[in-house]
Design a protein around this ligand. Structure first.
Ligand code: PBG
Length: 331
């Protein structure tokens, strides 16, 4: 209920900084952020990614340094993505199951250095390991097989959990994978490993720089529309979320971020489960591009967008800008 002017002047509350602080409805803190990191082979290696200015791939030692940086900044989780060397990629993505693959070495190194001071989230999907860049196994026609892929994803998730992953994040969009992974974690002594499901993941044009970063961009033929969602749909996103919660997801993700705030809002209102937004690579690149052509101030653009995710109902945000944002928030 709002009184009439001049009894009510909405600008009264906006007149001063202290008053704006008092009336602020949404808070953003470094603890809301998850920092995605790209891992590469070698020692002492940093490879800048051209389409993601300011983001690099790091060898395992550099990844550990980034994880320590996250701890110091108050960022509670890092998400890992490997850039698998071309000679280790195959049609079946078998490198995903290698206990000594880049991902597992990075997980172990972070856990040795930081223990429980940081959470490690690992992506489950085959695209960083396949020679064709799709997230699963293909049949003769190039269709991504569901159940056959799920069987491999279960082994991939167990491989990551054994290495010390805290949160398994399936990003593949196969049907039934959450239940299968949850059962395998239960039966293999990992009852407290969380699952953050990429429940509503859209077939988006905003993933381009990520595919460069993991080295699958040049390999991918066609698109991912037979498993990732149609950007036209939102009721379908709710069904995806409902299924994943029923199958054992602890939290869900909506991806990409800013163009899908309505989905975050609906998921939060209908289910009340922890929902995370992934501000994806193309979104990061757009903010950096705006700054570089003088169309806006990077820091201001970034903070406004991150706040918008929280306002829409997100529990947290995966963003390549996590260290920049955390520094700004920490003053
Ligand atoms: C792979 C995966 C993708 C992203 C996260 N996991 C790309 C894709 O589905 O093609 C995109 C992240 C980003 O663009 O930042 N399954």
């Amino acid at each position: 209920m709002t009184g009439r002017y001049p009894n009510t002047r909405m600008r009264r509350a906006r007149a001063t900084g202290w008053s704006r602080a008092l009336h602020r409805e949404t808070q953003l803190t470094p603890a809301d952020l998850i920092w995605p990191l790209f891992v590469t082979e070698g020692d002492g290696v940093e490879e800048p990614i051209a389409s993601l200015p300011g983001v690099s791939r790091w060898s395992v030692d550099g990844i550990v340094a980034r994880a320590k940086e996250a701890v110091d900044l108050g960022v509670p989780v890092v998400a890992l993505f490997p850039n698998t060397q071309p000679d280790r990629r195959s049609d079946d993505g078998a490198e995903a199951l290698n206990p000594d693959n880049l991902m597992c070495r990075a997980i172990r190194a972070i856990k040795e250095a930081c223990g429980d001071r940081i959470g490690v989230l690992t992506d489950v999907a085959l695209d960083p390991y396949t020679a064709h860049g799709q997230d699963g196994l293909l049949d003769d026609t190039g269709y991504v097989l569901n159940d056959e892929t799920v069987a491999v994803l279960v082994d991939q998730a167990l491989n990551q959990a054994k290495a010390g992953a805290d949160i398994i994040a399936p990003s593949d969009m196969m049907d039934g994978r959450i239940h299968a992974i949850r059962m395998a974690l239960e039966m293999n002594g990992h009852p407290n490993v969380q699952i953050m499901s990429y429940a509503a993941k859209y077939a988006s044009a905003f993933y381009g720089p990520f595919r460069d970063a993991v080295g699958s961009g040049g390999l991918l033929k066609g698109d991912k529309k037979s498993y990732q969602m149609d950007p036209a749909n939102s009721d379908e996103a709710l069904r995806e979320v409902e299924l994943d919660i029923a199958e054992g997801a602890d939290s869900v993700m909506v991806k990409p971020g800013l163009a899908y705030l309505d989905i975050i809002c609906r998921v939060r209102q209908e289910f009340g489960v922890p929902v995370f937004a992934y501000q994806v690579s193309g979104e990061y690149a757009m903010i950096e591009a705006a700054q570089s052509v003088g169309a806006g101030d990077r820091d201001a653009l970034l903070m406004e967008k991150l706040l918008a995710f929280k306002r829409a109902g997100a529990s947290g945000i995966l963003t390549y800008h996590a260290p920049v944002a955390a520094r700004l928030l920490n003053g």
